[in-house]
Design a protein around this ligand. Structure first.
Ligand SMILES: Cc1ncc(COP(=O)(O)O)c(C=O)c1O
Length: 307
């Protein structure tokens, strides 16, 4: 299998540097959404899609992601009223918080749905390089014609451990990016050029063995935690991408009572699922952002708890 796909873009009009992908997500509804207009927002999801929509005066419309549907949205279940009201849809694969990935077919269906109903699409691909299978996850821009209606947001925070540098980028539809650039020209004037230059050095080295080493490090961390969680009755599929472990809570707990128990009795932090939207109820998210030894220690403490 070809490990990497290539898409062709005009760098003058189809690429825009961001002060982290979060900044692009935060400003996008200001650029595209009039007060009162609808924005399709997955739930559970990275919370910024929802808050950015509210800051722009837009109306978030929940698109539930369900375990029974591999944490993918059901576009057919969106009501005619909601799809008429929506002017923008956010999607995010590999997904925070669920760790789910998607196939190109899902992105094709998203593009077809948005095109049919005159909705702009923003695909957040912040975790595209944090994958643990043989091939990198698909880009929405692989879908023929996607650039007519879609942009994709990328981050250097995860792939290059550059979170504090605040650098990301958006690619795709030129008209959307022009509107986003107009907001940015009035609010932040973009990131310091030296940081943009450093990002270019990273982007030229996507195939560097160090990035593979980073992926292996997260696999080791994942494998230090997931078997213990399963043994204890947490419901989960080990993530195929991202550095999150998303799991259904064991019998007798809800998201909050479980998160409190782990914090109070084992000094372990996990995030209650409803923090990512209403459809996160009954789940918690662990982050694999500490060393494998500390995660192994957390697993030991989990096994020692009275359940
Ligand atoms: C899904 C998702 N998108 C975007 C971001 C923001 O990343 P950045 O550091 O590029 O702003 C995050 C960070 O946690 C994220 O989880």
């Amino acid at each position: 299998m070809e490990k990497r796909y290539r898409v062709k873009l005009d760098p003058e009009t189809q690429a825009l540097a961001l002060i982290g992908s979060k900044e692009g997500i935060g400003h996008l509804p200001l650029a595209l959404v009039e007060p009162g207009q609808g924005v399709l927002v997955p739930s559970p999801a990275y919370p910024v899609y929802h808050s950015a929509t509210l800051f722009a005066g837009g109306r978030p419309i929940t698109m539930p992601l369900r375990e029974s549907n591999a944490w993918h949205p059901d576009f057919e279940a969106i009501s005619p009223a909601d799809r008429d009201a929506a002017v923008l849809m956010f999607l995010n694969y590999p997904n925070n918080p669920t760790g789910a990935t998607c196939t190109i077919e899902l992105l094709e269906r998203a593009v077809a749905f948005c095109r049919k109903h005159d909705i702009l699409l923003a695909h957040d691909a912040a975790y595209n390089e944090m994958y643990y299978g043989p091939a990198s996850p698909p880009s929405v821009l692989q879908v023929p014609g996607a650039s007519d209606i879609a942009i994709e947001l990328h981050s250097l925070s995860k792939t290059f451990n550059m979170t504090g540098w605040r650098i990301g980028f958006a690619v795709g539809n030129a008209a959307i990016l022009e509107r986003l650039a107009k907001v940015k020209a009035n609010l932040d004037s973009s990131q310091f050029n030296a940081i943009q230059d450093a990002a270019c050095v990273g982007l030229d080295r996507y195939d560097d063995p160090e990035i593979d080493a980073l992926r292996k490090m997260y696999i080791a961390r994942r494998d230090a935690l997931c078997p213990t969680l399963r043994e204890l009755g947490f419901r989960l599929s080990p993530p195929e991408a991202t550095f999150y472990v998303w799991c259904g809570v064991p019998k007798g707990y809800d998201s909050f009572s479980l998160a409190s128990k782990l914090l109070d009795e084992a000094a372990i932090v996990c995030i209650p699922g409803p923090g990512f939207g209403e459809c996160g109820a009954g789940y918690v998210r662990f982050a694999l952002t500490i060393e494998a030894e500390r995660i192994a220690e957390a697993a030991k403490r989990l096994r020692a708890l009275k359940w």
